[in-house]
Write a protein that binds this ligand. Structure first.
Ligand SMILES: NC(=O)c1ccc[n+]([C@@H]2O[C@H](COP(=O)([O-])OP(=O)(O)OC[C@H]3O[C@@H](n4cnc5c(N)ncnc54)[C@H](O)[C@@H]3O)[C@@H](O)[C@H]2O)c1
Length: 305
């Protein structure tokens, strides 16, 4: 992966020098010391990176993941073993952690996750609504099932996660909610209508909830990553989407295509680069930012607005 400018395309946190990653390196500033953070979709990818970054900065963690596949998603999702590995990485930082298999589409499950977190640690201060899926198809070929799964997980699941913590945060007059949208929530994206609709929807929901909670000590913001080096991106189905001209494209094949999609010319972000934005928004010190859309876009946003 050495040919990828920016140096983070290797997929391991080791190539990233930023210091909040699961490589265990870097400074600890205690930005969220003593706080409790809930992270959905925590088995792997960005959810794992956010969990470890928050733990390294002093938070205890409440983690959940579906840990099962969804029929309309063309790649395997996280597993219970993945979730257990995230727990081990968090505990290795010295912080406490509980984890549950839970589906963000399930109101009772998300309410139970929040209740368990409060029971274990006394509060939930930070909510990172990160769980998501992607799938792709021409607009006219999106089936009802594909549409329903996408909206149910990426939009309704984000809603149910946030709704589960809001009463508790209002009561405590403190909270930091961070929802994962995408640069696909800032523009159109061919073959991704249902994903794009869900990710734009998250931004509308975040801005509205931010207004409702602005005077109550709870901030609500969205992060919008460009391409991120996670299993959502690194799988044969996604490679074929970006290289329709090749029979069995590989990670190496897609690198130039991803590089061409942004201004920096780096194929994709390391998950830990997104964690930096999440950590910033999760800190007590970010009290003046709410309803914001923070783009970690490899420069794509520079040409948009
Ligand atoms: N990878 C990218 O290029 C990229 C870019 C922009 C935004 N995003 C968004 O970032 C978020 C994290 O994705 P990632 O890149 O880490 O992908 P990932 O597939 O590696 O991780 C997503 C995790 O969410 C879990 N999950 C899926 N459906 C769930 C459900 N119903 N309930 C609970 N957990 C569920 C999966 O099991 C998986 O562990 C997603 O919302 C995604 O849409 C990803």
């Amino acid at each position: 992966m050495g040919e990828v400018s920016g140096g983070v395309a290797g997929g391991s946190a080791g190539a990233f020098r930023g210091g909040v990653g699961s490589d265990g390196a870097g400074p600890v500033n205690g930005a969220v010391a003593g706080r409790v953070a809930l992270v959905t979709g925590a088995a792997r990818g960005q959810g794992r990176a956010h969990a470890v970054a928050l733990a390294r900065e002093g938070a205890d963690l409440v983690l959940c993941d579906l840990a099962a596949d969804i029929a309309t998603v063309p790649y395997p999702l996280g597993t219970e073993a993945d979730l257990a590995e995230t727990v081990a990485l968090v505990e290795a930082t010295g912080r406490r952690c509980i984890s549950m298999v839970a589906d963000v589409r399930d109101t009772a499950a998300m309410d139970a996750v929040v209740a368990s977190g409060i029971e274990a640690f006394g509060a939930i201060d930070i909510c990172v609504a990160n769980a998501g899926i992607v799938a792709f198809s021409h607009f006219q070929d999106i089936t009802d099932e594909m549409w329903d799964d996408m909206i149910a997980v990426d939009l309704t699941g984000t809603f149910k996660t946030m709704r589960a913590v809001v009463p508790h945060m209002i009561e405590r007059r403190h909270g930091r909610i961070i929802a994962t949208s995408s640069m696909a929530g800032r523009m159109g994206n061919p073959n991704l209508s249902h994903y794009v609709a869900a990710k734009w929807g998250i931004i509308g929901m975040v801005k509205t909830l931010a207004m409702e909670l602005a005077s109550r000590g709870v901030t609500v913001n969205a992060v919008c990553p460009a391409a991120v080096d996670t299993p959502m991106l690194q799988n044969p189905a996604m490679y074929s989407l970006f290289c329709p001209d090749l029979e069995a494209p590989t990670r190496e094949d897609v690198i130039p295509r991803y590089q061409a999609m942004n201004r920096i010319g780096q194929a994709w972000l390391a998950p830990e680069e997104v964690s930096r934005a999440v950590l910033f928004l999760a800190a007590d010190a970010a009290s003046g930012m709410t309803g914001q859309v923070v783009e970690v876009s490899l420069g794509t946003a520079a040409g948009q607005h």
